[in-house]
Write a protein of this length. Structure first.
Lengths: 326, 241
């Protein structure tokens, strides 16, 4: 028990420590291009980790997370002005609005299980994309809308620090959840929803909680993204591709693990950037190839597979030790 | 007052009446077997009581309060645990974690862990506490279901097909286990398809179902000689001898 609680705090220290070290990057790194790549990677971390709480831990594979990304993005874009010209308040408003939206999505989609749930999330996200696309007066439709930046000036360092803070925060929140009753309930729901209900877990209720937390952070990331790019249109933030990208982060890295989406974000963020600059339009192939490779060779994702390998090696070592001492 | 009172319980799936106007009670500390051939409606009744199916008609009272219309987790929180005929372990969790999760709905972490360990000792799974649940044999999984059902200290457990698929030794162990539930102050309703030895040694009382209707009720001895029961199991021709 003692070692376990030590390990727990060790993880928190490790995350905070890594975050603190990474916070110095903009002061060392002069290339604003590299900083830009890192900002996207950190944004991916937030997105992947948030999605993973619902998709990886509670096993509800949402392919509609673009709606939450989108409400965050359009929140900053449209609500900053009425809220005293403050993009920060717009960001917050988008995130708060994602909660009733999550309740609605959950109400509609949690009636269905497994692949039907996934299909319902796609359908709902598409409906919302089309509504936004066609509400020209409100959203500017396909022409898009400009977004106020959170930080003025060309310096990318504050953006980087905000993205880093957000990523670290979301990782810590997820970590604490996995150690709480909620975390255990979510995994139980993933493993067998009926059995979870039978032992007293309000499956629909806790799935809703997971969705709400996931939606909240996803929309904050969406608001950040919109403000960072200073321009959005529906296909950028609400498309199925966006939803797929979000869920791939966790699937490639490792579903239901804390570090899985972090690894996934690093790989997709860095590899995606490299392929984009070197292969042009063909860069989308990387997602396909990566996904096929992971599913064929590491169905539990990179982190899941490494964990398992670690356990096997650990077991071998302890057996070896026993043999030596015997 | 009985612990569980069921009156006029009926369940229709479209045109099929799976359970028809069934009445029965379960008293505190009692072990009742619900028996009947395959398709008699045993599992349906368990699913009705535990809230997995909505009731078509009838009343169900537990400790004097109606449990009709409750969701499964609410039924559990009222004090009714259950196991599944087709075992449903949380595969990626360890044996201990499986029981721990069930305990968390009632206790805090430390207490839930202690209670879970006690239940694993009770069901003979303590040595396997840290193994993944999917590494258990069917017999082990059935005992895990039992441990999970009793960890939150329910007053009643519904045990669906307790011995189906078990070998004779496992069957014997399961009978002992269920009898010892009384020590924990738990009543039990056990569904049994056709292992008569289990019914005879296990139950205080037996309820016999056939085609969704209750056709007999009584002590194991009374039931064993009941003409309608023999007919239901073996066919009319055998009831003479």
């Amino acid at each position: 028990m003692k070692t376990l609680s030590n390990l727990r705090s060790n993880f928190v220290y490790a995350v905070v420590g890594t975050g603190a070290i990474l916070a110095f990057v903009p002061f060392v790194l002069s290339s604003s291009y590299l900083l830009q790549v890192l900002i996207i990677v950190l944004l991916f971390v937030t997105l992947g980790v948030s999605w993973n709480l619902l998709g990886g831990y509670s096993g509800q594979l949402s392919l509609g997370h673009a709606v939450f990304f989108g409400i965050g993005a359009y929140g900053v874009a449209l609500l900053s002005k009425p809220l005293g010209q403050s993009p920060w308040l717009g960001l917050l408003a988008g995130a708060v609005l994602s909660l009733p939206l999550a309740a609605f999505v959950g109400y509609v989609c949690f009636r269905l299980r497994g692949p039907y749930f996934t299909l319902a999330t796609i359908a709902l996200a598409e409906v919302i994309r089309l509504v936004v696309l066609n509400s020209v007066d409100l959203t500017g439709g396909a022409k898009g809308v400009t977004v106020r930046p959170l930080f003025k000036g060309v310096d990318k360092a504050p953006w980087y620090l905000l993205a880093l803070g957000l990523a670290v925060f979301v990782v810590l929140v997820t970590y604490l959840i996995t150690r709480s009753k909620l975390g255990y309930y979510l995994v139980a729901i993933r493993e067998d929803e009926d059995a979870a209900e039978a032992v007293g877990v309000d499956a629909t209720g806790y799935k809703m909680v997971a969705l709400a937390i996931s939606a909240f952070f996803t929309s904050v990331a969406g608001g950040f993204f919109a403000s960072y790019l200073s321009f959005i249109e529906p296909d950028m933030v609400l498309s199925v591709e966006r939803s797929v990208e979000i869920c791939l982060l966790a699937i490639i890295g490792g579903l239901g693990t804390i570090l899985g989406p972090v690894v996934g974000a690093l790989i997709l963020g860095l590899a995606g950037e490299w392929f984009r600059t070197n292969l042009g339009q063909a860069h989308l192939l990387t997602y396909g190839v990566l996904l096929v490779a992971v599913i064929m060779f590491m169905p539990e994702g990179i982190v899941g597979t490494m964990k398992k390998a670690g356990q096997v090696i650990g077991k071998r070592l302890s057996e070896e030790r026993r043999r030596v001492t015997a | 007052m009985s612990l569980l009172e069921i009156k006029g319980l009926t369940k229709q799936f479209g045109g099929l009446t799976a359970v028809k106007n069934v009445d029965f009670d379960i008293d505190e500390g009692e072990i009742v077997s619900i028996i009947g051939p395959n398709g008699a409606g045993k599992t349906t009744i368990f699913n009705l009581i535990s809230g997995f199916y909505p009731v078509t008609a009838g009343t169900m009272k537990f400790k004097g309060r109606s449990i009709v219309g409750l969701k499964p987790h609410q039924v559990c929180q009222r004090g009714i645990g259950r196991t599944f005929q087709i075992v449903k372990p949380f595969g990626s969790m360890t044996v201990l974690e499986n029981v721990l999760v069930a305990g968390l709905c009632r206790f805090g972490f430390e207490e839930a862990r202690d209670e879970a360990m006690k239940c694993l000792e009770f069901t003979g799974l303590a040595e396997r506490a840290d193994q993944p649940a999917k590494s258990l044999t069917l017999g082990g999984r059935k005992r895990l279901e039992m441990a999970r059902a009793i960890v939150a200290r329910p007053d009643l457990v519904l045990l669906d097909e307790v011995v189906a698929g078990l070998n004779p030794r496992e069957t014997e162990e399961t009978i002992q286990l269920i009898r010892r539930l009384r020590e924990r102050g738990v009543s039990a309703a056990a569904g049994v398809e056709h292992v008569m030895r289990v019914v005879m040694t296990l139950s205080d009382r037996v309820i016999v179902l056939n085609h969704g209707e209750k056709i007999a009720e009584g002590t194991p001895q009374e039931i064993a000689g009941d003409r309608r029961v023999i007919e239901a199991y073996l066919g009319e021709g055998y009831a003479q001898s």
